[in-house]
Design a protein. Sequence first.
Length: 33
Amino acid sequence: MKKELIAGGDLLSVFGASICVLQKVLPFLASGF
């Protein structure tokens, strides 16, 4: 149970971090194209 909860939290945090990175990178990609 605890391992599953920790894995879920890590997955959620990684997902949130990737969204933050995408929001910062997308404008540069859009201006590049």
